[in-house]
Each structure stands twice: as C-alpha cells, then as structure tokens.
Design a protein around this ligand. Structure first.
Ligand code: NAD
Length: 502
C-alpha cells in the first residue's frame, strides 16, 4: 500500500509514488510538515513527456465533441468533490475555505469554456477565393504542451491551462508548485475518471530540475508558465531559445486609484478584500492605494483602520477566519522583513500586524496580521517590489494624472482599478493606462473565462494571455489550405505570374 502522505506523479494514467528526492509539504496553519512531495528527476519527466507524446496521435484525431464531453464530465466531478479539493488547498496554501471555493469555481469556468471546443475550433472558410478555388484555415493542435504553475492558485491556474490545451487536441505535462501540489493532483486524477485517456494529461511534481527538463526537451512544443517575474523571464528566454512557443505570466504590483468623488465606504469595503484576501497572495491583489487629495487619503485610512480592527486571522479551516496564514515560514519572514523595511524607509505604519497572536493550538503557524502603511513613496522598496503579503500602502497624490503617471512608470502592469463617480475620468483612465486588466469600481478585474487574462510590461512575457480566445490561439497553430480540383483550366498549362485576385 503506497504511503498516502507522499505526493507523487501521474504518468500515463498511473500514480507514481516512488523514487527520487522529496521535499516536505507544510500546513501553514500549524507549521507542521504533514506530507512530502516527490521531486521528479530528468528520467521521470522524460517518461511523462514520452507518455504525452504517445497519447497525442489518437487524442488529436478524437472528435472535438468527444473531447468536450470529458470536460463536461469533469465539471460535474469537480463540483461533486469540491469540498475535498478545497480542504487540500487550505491545508497546503493556508487560504480560508470560502476563498478556496471561489478559486475552484473560477477554475471550473475555464472547463466550461473548454467544453465549447467544437465551436471554438471551427476555423475559417472562404468559398471561391479564386475561380473554383476554396480556401480555409484550420486550427491544429501543437502536440505535447507543458504547464508550470505557482503555489497561490493550485487549482485555478492549472485549470487556466490544461483543459483548453487538451480540448484543442494537445496532450499535456503539468508541473505544479511543490509547495501546494495535492489539489492539483486530485483534479488530474478526477480527469481520468471523467474519461480522459491515459497519457493525455500527466502531472510531474518537482522543482527546477523538472522545469529545466521540460524546457530543454525537443518533444515539448509549447510552455505555459505562471509565477514570479524572474522565473517567468527565465522560462521565456530559455523556452524561446529552444524554438518553443512560450507564454510566461509574472508578478505584479497593482495600484487602486481613489478619486475625491468616490463612494468611500464602498471603496473601503472593496479594497479590504482586494488587499487582504488570501493574505495578499494574489497576482491581482491590491497592495497600493493611490489617494487623490489628502481628504480622500485621511477618509480611506480611517475607514480601513475600522475595518481592519474587525478582521479575524486564524486557520483557513475555521469559518470565522477572514484571513489565514502565509504559505511558508520563509515567505512569512520575508513579508515581515518588508514591514521593517517600510518603517526604516520612513513610511508611517498605521496598523502593525506583526504582533498578532495566533489562536490556541496554532502558535507555530505562519501568521501575520493585516498591515497598513501611509505616506508610501515611489522610491521605497515597499512601493517598488512585489511583497505578496497582507501589506497595504497608501500613496498620496494631488491629481488623477499624477496617479496615472505613477502606474505607468511602474515595471509591472498586471491589474489596476479606479474608484470614482466620474464617467469621464474613468473613461480616460481605462483608455490610457498602461496596464492589461483594468477595473472601474471593481477592485479585482480578473477577466471571465471567455475573455483572456494577461498583464502588460514585466507582468507577461509573450504575445498571448492565458485562457479564453488567447488560450485557443496559443494552443493551436493555423494551417491554411487553398484548394482547386482539376478542371480544364488546370490543364491549360503553367502560370508563372504570382497568383492574385485581379
Ligand atoms: P515561483 O516563480 O517561485 O514558482 C512558480 C513555478 O516555477 C513553480 O512551479 C516552481 O517550482 C517553478 N520555479 C521556481 N523557481 C524556479 C527556477 N529557478 N527555475 C525553474 N523553475 C522554477 O512563483 P510562486 O512563488 O509559486 O508564485 C507566486 C508568484 O506568482 C507571484 O510573483 C505572483 O504574482 C505570480 N503569479 C502571477 C500570476 C499571473 O497571472 N500573472 C498568477 C498567479 C501568481
């Protein structure tokens, strides 16, 4: 009987729970190493690639409607097993269960989109492009595609990738985060139950060794990556140099502008969730609030202080907790270090979450209470760098243009939003700002599954965003066929001028 506390791989439809190095997987709420995960070596990753390669010809030729039916079955299985999946997310990531449920739901919406594959793959057709000539474009799958995903959405981000890739006729090797691998693996096992043939989806757990094997293997045609910017840049450069198609989504530092005319209580309540939900460990979180005018800033600070005082921090499994722990001790220490840095840099720490006392029984968990800085300035490290924790900074400016110039000058361009009642200001903002995903009175403008997700600047390396129409484009390549059946005209003889419609 394999050890249930060892998280292995899924290769060619088989659970592999032996061999190789291992790494502890901690429960952030308790600080205890409750499981360990296998870290695949090159040989194991190559076995997964070989399995995907072998499954490709039959899967490519499986009618899109049959591929889509697997997606419909999987949707129902994920809904049936939602509680078990979310328990695994919370046990390894730390987020509260209701948040895990939200993440899973957004993931399921990508499966729903993938189940429209027959419609999405119909291509384009022109009859009589020339006399008796028909022309059409097909969207053909690429072959073996790899996905490499971060810890912070262990269910949703993999579901941005492989359901659509597979529905488009590709086969897949997924390398989840080694910090939160269990829910990802369970979902892949449920895909087999939903009718996915062995080898179409393979999961290898691991670290840089596994990633580098995927990047360097000639059989892998394309790589989808989501994670931090330094790794995204490395994946993009290395994969592209190997001739692969690569999309690499990176980090973020999202600003929310609050205008003097905004509904302040509404903005405060929206920003509380955007800043502190999931302990700030979201690439669309709002860690910076740009208040236009001191009156706006003072009102926001007062409102936020009042709301923060009501927040309960504790294990994600407690339905009374608003915010759980950070993912690892190292990350918790790093975020605490940023709070010290902000104080040293001269920002005013209005709420200090460092003194939080975890509930009894959870003293060793990685807890940090919500922190709030005022008078954050662009030169500071807490302004410039992605903290990925429950730390919100308020920047004071005099005008909308000054706020927008700050956003445009920042290296990241993932998400942003504005709170205002002024339609003209909002229109100017959405039109001009150099950011990929923009909200108006919506703090987390994460596009729905039938649009596409992607930041600008150093938040995305590559041409196409994740999921939605961009995903279909990324996971297919166009082949255009021009056809004429033999006729008297063909037999007339060779034509040496370039064909045109004239
Ligand atoms: P990470 O970059 O540390 O890890 C992401 C993946 O890359 C993991 O699978 C990991 O095993 C692998 N990896 C890590 N270091 C590597 C290396 N040196 N070489 C090769 N592979 C390596 O990211 P994380 O800490 O898991 O996730 C948090 C980050 O992800 C944040 O920066 C966040 O903004 C970003 N993120 C971005 C988006 C987006 O859509 N833009 C979404 C979610 C998270």
């Amino acid at each position: 009987m394999p050890n249930q506390n060892i998280i292995g791989h899924l290769i060619n439809g088989q659970n592999v729970r032996e061999g190789g190095r291992t790494q502890d997987v901690f429960n952030p709420a308790t600080g205890k190493a409750e499981k360990s995960v296998l870290l695949a070596d090159q040989h194991t990753v190559e076995a997964a690639i070989a399995s995907a390669q072998a499954a490709f010809p039959a899967w490519r030729n499986t009618p899109p409607l049959k591929r889509a039916r697997v997606m419909s079955n999987l949707k129902h299985l994920l809904e049936k097993h939602a509680d078990a999946i979310c328990q695994l997310i919370t046990a390894e990531h730390g987020k509260v269960l209701s948040d895990a449920m939200g993440e899973l739901q957004r993931g399921i919406e990508n499966i729903e989109y993938a189940s429209y594959a027959p419609e999405l793959l119909k291509g384009e057709h022109t009859k009589n492009a020339g006399p008796s000539i028909d022309s059409w474009s097909e969207m053909q799958p690429l072959g073996v595609v790899a996905g490499i995903t971060p810890f912070n959405f262990p269910a949703m981000v993999p579901l941005w990738m492989w359901p659509l890739a597979i529905a488009c006729g590709n086969t897949f090797v997924l390398k989840p985060s080694e910090r939160a691998p269990s829910s990802t693996l369970l979902i892949a096992q449920l895909a087999l139950e939903a009718g996915l043939p062995p080898g179409v989806l393979n999961v290898v757990n691991g670290d840089k060794v596994a990633v580098d094997t995927l990047l360097n293997d000639k059989r892998v045609q394309a790589v989808s990556f989501v994670g931090s910017t330094p790794v995204a840049e490395y994946i993009y450069a290395t994969g592209s140099a190997q001739g692969k198609r690569v999309q690499a989504l990176g980090g973020a530092k999202n600003h929310a502008i609050v205008m003097p005319d905004a509904d302040i209580p509404q903005a405060v309540s929206a920003l509380m969730g955007a800043a502190y939900g999931s302990c700030g460990e979201r690439c669309m979180a709002i860690p910076l609030l740009v208040a236009v005018g001191d009156t706006t800033a003072d009102a926001l600070i007062e409102g936020l202080k009042t709301e923060i005082a009501k927040m309960r921090v504790g294990p994600g499994t407690d339905s009374l907790s608003d915010m759980g722990p950070l993912v690892t001790r190292q990350h918790c220490d790093k975020v605490r270090g940023y709070v010290e840095q902000g104080v040293a840099e001269g920002a005013r720490l209005v709420v200090d979450g460092r003194s939080i006392v975890p509930p009894s029984g959870y003293e060793d968990g990685y807890y940090l209470g919500p922190c709030l800085f005022d008078h954050v300035k662009p030169g500071m490290r807490i302004y410039q760098e992605e903290i990925f924790g429950p730390v919100l900074g308020v920047v004071r400016v005099e005008s909308l243009q000054e706020a927008m110039d700050l956003i445009d000058a920042h290296e990241f361009g993932n998400g942003t939003c504005i709170f205002t009642r002024d339609g003209e200001a909002a229109r100017y903002f959405t039109d001009s700002i150099q950011v990929g995903m923009v909200g108006v009175n919506v703090p987390l403008p994460v596009p729905v599954a039938y649009h596409s997700f992607g930041g600008w600047k150093r938040s995305l390396f590559g041409d196409l965003g994740a999921y939605g129409p961009d995903g279909v484009r990324f996971y297919t390549r166009r082949k255009t066929i021009t056809q004429r059946w033999p006729s008297a005209g063909v037999r007339e003889g060779a034509v040496f001028s370039f064909p045109s419609s004239r």
